[in-house]
Design a binder for this molecule. Sequence first.
Ligand code: ATP
Length: 311
Amino acid sequence: MTPVAAPKMIHAKAPGKINVFLKVGALLDDGFHDVAIAYQAVSLYEEVRAYEADDFSIEVAGSVELSRVPVDGSNIAIKAARLLARRTGYRGGVHLEIGKHVPVTGGMGGGSADAAATLLACDALWGTDLPRDEMLALATQLGADVPFALTGGTAIGTGRGDQLSPALAKGQFQWVLVIADFGLSTPAVYSELDKHRDRHSQDIFPAVSQPFVDANVLQALRAGDPHMLAETLYNDLQAAALHLEPSLASVLELGEENGALAGVISGSGPTVAFLAADLDNALELQIALSAARLNVVRATGPVHGARLVNL
Ligand code: ATP
């Protein structure tokens, strides 16, 4: 009897990210904002296994709360696979198995990491061999954070966050992340920021239309100095996220009382990222926050972007 060949499978992984710095520009006529972001990819990875198939399907498992992850064509990983097939003229499909380890609707770009890993995995599975610049263009079409999930490391994103330039970063930073048991919708947080700016238009400077990343952030990253970086952590969305979820303020306080150099809400939240001075400091902080019954994980950054595994 001839053995039945196992379907060909390609395994890829891509990291979640922390926004070390996030400035949001004024509301534009199209309803969006330009942003200036310093991204750092961290060691929490999404895993994607892509199997040969005639049509498109997806299964999701993992270590984080999964109830908000769609398992139909609205999943960004399926959208990524279909987009690549359309772009390259590939006529088959794929079965995707996603292993999620980045908190869902957590402000850490988990969906974007799934999309980036799926693009790489399907390109290898189908042998479509898309040039890197074309893959980055597809990533931009899928979402503003997807190009960064492909490139990883530390980078500055402008425009919608998708115009990337690499930033020099020395050494490894130690992060302690507090993961909420609820999500925050990115559009809801941006809309809360617009309302906040309207309410306080008399007492705050109007936002510029094209924000930029402070030179101090770039200097701290280049120096690889967590104390310097702690001074520059900044997120324009933080006030809006706190307004929507006031309980996050006590999480920020608790981390800072327990030795974090500084804390910041990552992206649109609700994940709170604490920067630690070194590994010992990170471990102590992890223990203290876990004792307060928070869901805590440690991560280091920067790490590489989406990669194929074992090829
Ligand atoms: P970002 O930081 O990029 O704004 P996020 O980390 O806050 O994103 P994600 O977990 O990436 O949020 O995406 C959350 C939203 O996207 C949810 O509304 C979810 O239903 C939808 N979604 C679609 N595909 C996925 C996916 N593969 N993983 C997680 N969420 C997905």
